[in-house]
Write a protein that binds this ligand. Structure first.
Ligand SMILES: Cc1cc2nc3c(=O)[nH]c(=O)nc-3n(C[C@H](O)[C@H](O)[C@H](O)COP(=O)(O)OP(=O)(O)OC[C@H]3O[C@@H](n4cnc5c(N)ncnc54)[C@H](O)[C@@H]3O)c2cc1C
Length: 422
């Protein structure tokens, strides 16, 4: 289905309006063409900024299969009962209606870098002058022995938000009294470094209320993790004795699971569990591999423009790219999208391009009104996106400051989602 300004306004029934086949812009159209694959934190922002700032001089098409994008950011808060699922769902109507972005709800299934075309699952192909890839992550096959995506209903990852988040939340809420929740945490680098540990905090928050004798085990292939001291202090303060973190030094890197038997074996010791959240090792969304622009698991880019180091007509944003010192976060993807949008406009319309600057903050909620954050600013060097300076919440902070940090995160969520979707 394609939605552009004309069809959106003409039908006035928004994104649900259905045309049977994707509209494919023919070659020979006068304006330069940008195709964006992936309508998440990176892709939606890039599409909006290019369309908005070029004032119609660039023809922007956004390819995204889902009609409602659920942000992974704040999906842990949904799991903890602090947000409704509907509050983290966003649609693409404004991008079409207010910014003239041609929104195509389909999968990109092929990229011909010589012909500069993108093939769609629904048929047809889209020509581009510049292509932006922001497809997020996929999982590395065989990363957790015993688990593959066919087991995701028994042992959900919930690392792409939406139905997986709903499933995991339902499983947590129906755990037997005194039952066991296990998380298999991912190795570096992965989407949202504090994400697994915020999730454990939110699971503990729910269990403390509904199932206070339940246990949480984290099998972690890492010896340390993001905001570790802050989380461990918070777990001690709020959920004392409930959470058992087994890091690499204690066998957390030697794990296998059996989704049928609902068992997890950590360093040879088998445990029966009631809920198992498997978050496998990650790599760039598959379309990057298909385009031949990865170097192993991630797509290398120049931080100056977010251009692929393999194909200068392609820019890669967000989790999919090898982004130097930046963490894989929604804030990072949004920040990188603005750098790419400026570079693309400069290349296609001659507009001025300023030196790339990036920023990121990752907030995490540990318990009610107990928010913490870590963040930094970055600049592009010829080698990578390099950290300039950073900050992190401190252990022992008072309750007022922690509440203010949580409230800051709520403001950030409203800001970034309106920056993405208009
Ligand atoms: C539990 C959790 C908590 C998080 N919390 C935070 C947080 O508090 N703050 C923060 O900044 N970040 C957070 N993140 C990280 C953040 O969600 C990601 O880093 C961010 O979404 C990355 O943006 P992206 O554009 O790379 O990918 P995404 O936002 O995942 O967007 C990718 C899009 O591409 C589409 N797509 C994929 N393949 C194709 C294809 N072939 N054709 C067409 N479309 C395709 C997908 O449908 C998807 O909509 C969290 C993540 C998780 C899992």
């Amino acid at each position: 289905m394609t939605i552009n300004r004309r069809t959106f306004l003409g039908t006035s029934i928004g994104v649900a309006a259905s045309l049977s086949a994707p509209m494919v812009m023919g070659a020979g159209h006068g304006r330069p063409k940008v195709v964006v694959i992936g309508g998440g934190a990176g892709g939606a922002t890039a599409a909006r900024y290019i369309a908005k700032d070029s004032k119609g001089a660039i023809d922007v098409t956004l390819i995204e299969p889902t009609r409602t994008y659920y942000t992974c950011f704040f999906s842990n808060l949904y799991m903890g009962g602090f947000r409704e699922l509907s509050s983290i769902g966003h649609t693409y109507g404004k991008l079409a209606a207010d910014y003239g972005v041609n929104v195509v709800h389909d999968w990109a299934v092929g990229i011909d870098r010589d012909a500069k075309t993108v093939t769609l699952a629904g048929g047809g192909s889209l020509p581009y002058d510049r292509l932006i890839l922001s497809p997020g992550i996929d999982f590395v096959d065989g990363a957790v022995p015993g688990w593959d995506v066919s087991a995701q209903n028994k042992m959900p990852h919930a690392y792409k938000a939406g139905s997986q988040s709903e499933l995991l939340k339902a499983q947590i809420e129906s755990m037997p009294q005194g039952g066991t929740f296990c998380m298999v945490a991912p190795p570096n680098p992965f989407r949202c470094p504090p994400g697994p540990y915020e999730r454990v905090s939110m699971v503990a928050h729910v269990l403390k209320e509904k199932n206070p004798t339940a246990k949480i085990i984290i099998a972690d292939p890492k010896a340390k993790f993001s905001k570790m001291a802050l989380f461990q202090e918070g777990w001690g303060n709020h959920y004392d004795g409930m959470i058992d973190w087994i890091g690499a030094d204690f066998g957390g890197d030697n794990v296998q699971v059996d989704p049928d038997a609902m068992t997890v074996t950590i360093d040879g010791e088998e445990t029966k569990v009631d809920v198992c959240n498997v978050i496998p090792a990650m790599k760039a969304g598959r379309i990057c591999e298909m385009a031949g622009i990865t170097d192993g698991n991630w797509a290398p880019v120049s931080g100056h423009t977010m251009q692929s180091r393999i194909d200068e007509n392609i820019h890669v944003l967000g989790d999919a790219c090898a982004q130097g010192d930046m963490p894989k976060s929604g804030f990072s993807a949004n920040s990188q999208a603005k750098v790419a949008a400026m570079a693309v406009r400069g290349a296609l319309t001659g507009s001025k391009v300023f030196p790339a600057k990036f920023s990121n903050t990752c907030w995490s909620l540990i318990d009610t009104d107990d928010g913490v954050k870590v963040g930094a600013t970055y600049e592009a060097t010829d080698e990578k996106i390099a950290k300039v300076d950073g900050f992190i919440s401190k252990t022992g902070e008072n309750a007022e400051l922690r509440q203010a940090t949580y409230e800051e995160s709520i403001g950030w969520y409203a800001g970034i989602t309106s920056d993405m979707f208009g």
